[in-house]
Write a protein that binds this ligand. Structure first.
Ligand code: NAD
Length: 266
């Protein structure tokens, strides 16, 4: 069946061709979302994403926005826009993020700040403005049982050590913390907050790692760290975002959900 019927969704970090945000946008469209507001810092692939969705799924509206996910006015603006145009906001997938390959010795303070700004502040702004818009949606909703869902992209690097640089890992641990704290602060509002913690996924972010390994013929080794013995693809994260966005997850709240082939399993 159609899992996102009538839902109005915002997704950030959709601009990378092999990225998690784009894969999720296409899956949400396939699942019949009503209107997708799709945001990225880079506008390079936004027109293509919009036309791909509108050609394949004529009933789905796609609005693309070039903006910084860590910009307060941009995020409050897109939430307001959803309320004005559609009268509701159901899902906010705060997925934009950046990674560094920096060591403790070589992480300048401005780089540390920028990673925290893009990865953690952006998530705080999403929680703040999406929850306000979802509360307004609640007050206009009829008897239908369907609250808001805020989904954050963290990382296995936010759960365990050894998987990332200090700035990136700290920012993703902050995201996991916010999923739990926000779920409690939003108690009795019918708004759920969860984070997804991907393991190694082949996307724009990790392409350098994959290219480097492929040149040496040992890319298969990249996945061998987890019990499944392979790396993941963006669609496998998109499917989990779909579950958290849909009413199928109506009792899942305050969780940091690892999607990592078992890497962080015990
Ligand atoms: P990606 O680089 O392919 O896509 C990320 C997108 O976010 C890009 O289109 C980029 O332009 C956009 N972006 C970056 N900064 C932004 C900003 N300030 N405002 C708006 N957009 C911005 O990478 P991806 O792997 O699809 O990353 C998606 C999320 O998944 C990130 O939060 C990342 O940290 C997380 N993640 C990825 C992996 C992995 O192995 N690929 C693992 C764990 C977590």
């Amino acid at each position: 069946g159609i899992q996102l019927k009538d839902k109005v969704c915002i997704i950030t970090g959709v601009g990378s061709l092999k990225g998690i945000g784009r894969a999720t946008s296409l899956l949400f469209a396939h699942q019949g979302a009503k209107h997708l507001y799709l945001l990225d810092f880079s506008d390079e692939n936004l027109p293509n994403l919009k036309s791909t969705i509108e050609q394949k799924y004529p009933d789905v509206k796609a609005t693309v926005i070039q903006a910084d996910a860590a910009d307060d006015a941009a995020i409050s603006g897109v939430c307001e826009r959803a309320l004005q145009e559609e009268g509701r906001l159901d899902v906010f997938f705060a997925n934009a993020g950046i990674a560094t390959a920096s060591t403790i010795e070589h992480t300048p303070a401005d780089v540390f700040n920028e990673v925290m700004r893009v990865n953690a502040l952006s998530v705080y702004l999403a929680v703040k403005h999406a929850s306000a818009a979802m509360k307004k949606t609640n007050s206009t909703r009829g008897k239908e049982f369907s609250g808001g869902s805020i989904i954050l992209t963290a990382s296995v690097a936010g759960i365990r050590s050894g998987a990332g640089s200090v700035d990136y890992s700290a920012s993703k641990a902050a995201v996991n913390s916010m999923a739990k704290t926000a779920a409690w602060q939003l108690q009795r509002t019918d708004i759920r907050v969860n984070s997804i913690c991907p393991g190694l996924i082949e996307t724009g972010m990790t392409i350098g790692t994959f290219d480097y390994a492929r040149q040496r013929g040992n890319d298969a080794k990249l996945g061998q760290l987890n019990p499944l013995g392979r790396f993941g693809v963006a669609e496998e994260i998109a499917q989990v975002a779909l579950f958290l966005a849909s009413d199928a997850s109506s009792y899942v709240n305050g969780q940091n959900l690892a999607v990592d082939g078992g890497l962080t399993g015990s």
